[in-house]
Write a protein that binds this ligand. Structure first.
Ligand code: SF4
Length: 438
């Protein structure tokens, strides 16, 4: 990895005539180029010549090198923020990881909940603490990326009082698909490099809501039950299912509402609960998919591609509908071949009529998320992509690249079944209209 301190010293010494902001822009660009091209930063400059150039010329040259495939107009939407790397934020990814919470905090209102009993059985050596409420516990505290890195050490078993179902946060100006989140878990044990939770949450651990019955009560009061619902937004839907056993309760409840389509979204192989009871046709079990090389390099601790597809096959055979999410799609040289091969694999395991939907969404992130990724996963590859500020102020691949990716992905999928519902996730109206995918 490029040595940031050395780059800072180099720029300071050789470009001391530039102001702070200009030097900070140079530092970021030089760091990103050296990282992407795997070369010494010093080789980026022809020093004697470069030192005399005005900043606008140097910046233009650095931007062209950092974003070789973007037009000048697109390059203007490059997002700059000063590069701040703190070594203490870096995480080390170990081969096998077990969830072994050290401290489990239980709100007084759910002391006798079934979930607490399950936790005690599963984690007899953890320290259990009674707390009045989670809000009180975290009051006035700020949590850092270091706390996020240690989030699996602490679990909070809480009673949800208000936000049983929330509208999918979607993104500003995107075409909304009307999805609702059943908010019964917050935080995840997997480590996807791109996960939005790493910059979204200000929580010191994993939160599990223990009062599922209140969610069901709330749902019964909904006038319109013809909706799509799911649990996989603020956590992976099944990652903790062997602790919570929620999948069973959820299926048993929602099978009585066939007009509601309920989705479990996962990268796990934790399907024991789902297979232990009869399936229901309105229950969809979905897997996020990526080529195995992306799973290996960015989706740590998750099930492999083959395991995900094998689980999908088992769930389909059992009677569930299946969903797939190509989200995020990561662009790299040779992406087409790899993604087309994943699409082909899907249909070796699951027949088109069993598929409820397939969504597509290219890798995107907020600037804050990018900061978290570059701090936590210093040697990531995903940030080497050419991102510019998109319609929602998130960093996105250029519009023409995204369009090309979606068009090809749609073709790959529809080759296997003309009636498969393919939709775009978190894209604007223009993109959605061009692709005709909503
Ligand atoms: S599975 Fe989803 S929630 Fe969990 S780390 Fe990955 S992206 Fe985040």
């Amino acid at each position: 990895m490029p040595n940031l301190v050395a780059i800072q010293k180099f720029v300071e010494k050789n470009f001391s005539h530039f102001g702070l902001n200009k030097k900070a822009q140079m530092i970021r660009l030089v760091y990103e180029i050296a990282k992407k091209e795997k070369m010494s930063f010093a080789a980026i400059f022809l020093l004697e010549k470069d030192r005399l150039k005005p900043f606008t010329v140097i910046k233009k040259e650095l931007l062209s090198r950092r974003f070789p495939h973007l037009s000048d107009r697109e390059k203007e939407r490059w997002h700059f923020s000063p590069l701040k790397l703190q070594p203490k934020n870096k995480i080390s990814v170990i081969k096998q990881k077990k969830f072994l919470p050290r401290d489990i905090f239980i709100e007084k209102d759910v002391r006798n909940a079934e979930l607490v009993k399950n936790m005690k059985k599963k984690f007899p050596h953890a320290r259990y603490h009674n707390i009045s409420s989670y809000q009180h516990y975290v009051k006035d505290k700020k949590f850092s990326l270091c706390d996020y890195n240690r989030r699996l050490e602490k679990f909070f078993i809480v009673k949800e009082k208000y936000n049983f179902f929330v509208d999918c946060p979607c993104t500003k100006d995107a075409v909304c698909c009307g999805y609702k989140i059943m908010n019964c878990g917050f935080g995840c044990g997997f480590e996807c490099q791109y996960c939005f939770l790493q910059s979204y949450t200000n929580a010191p651990g994993i939160m599990l809501q223990a009062n599922l019955e209140d969610y069901f009560k709330e749902f019964k009061s909904f006038k319109n039950k013809n909706i799509r619902l799911g649990t996989g937004q603020f956590t992976d839907s099944l990652i903790f299912d062997d602790i919570t056993n929620y999948a069973v309760e959820i299926v048993e409840f929602f099978r009585n509402y066939p007009q509601t389509r309920f989705e479990f979204k996962t990268k796990s192989k934790n399907i024991g609960g789902l297979l232990s009871i009869p399936a229901a046709n309105n229950m969809i079990v979905s897997w996020s998919l990526n080529p195995q090389k992306i799973i290996d390099s960015t989706e740590f601790y998750t099930a492999s591609l083959k395991e995900r597809l094998a689980c999908a096959e088992q769930c389909a055979r059992h009677g569930y509908k299946i969903g797939f999410h190509f989200d995020p799609i990561v662009f790299y040289d040779g992406w087409e071949k790899d993604y087309q091969s994943v699409v082909k694999d899907i249909f070796k395991y699951v027949s088109p009529e069993k598929i409820a939907w397939i969504s597509l969404g290219c890798l995107r992130m907020s600037p804050k998320q990018k900061e978290a990724i570059e701090n936590r996963f210093v040697d990531n590859k995903i940030l080497d992509g050419e991102f510019v500020l998109g319609f929602d102020n998130k960093l996105r691949y250029s519009s023409h690249l995204r369009q090309d990716i979606y068009r090809k992905m749609k073709e790959f999928i529809l080759e296997h079944g003309k009636n498969i519902w393919v939709y775009l996730c978190m894209e604007d109206k223009e993109m959605t209209n061009k692709l005709g995918t909503h």
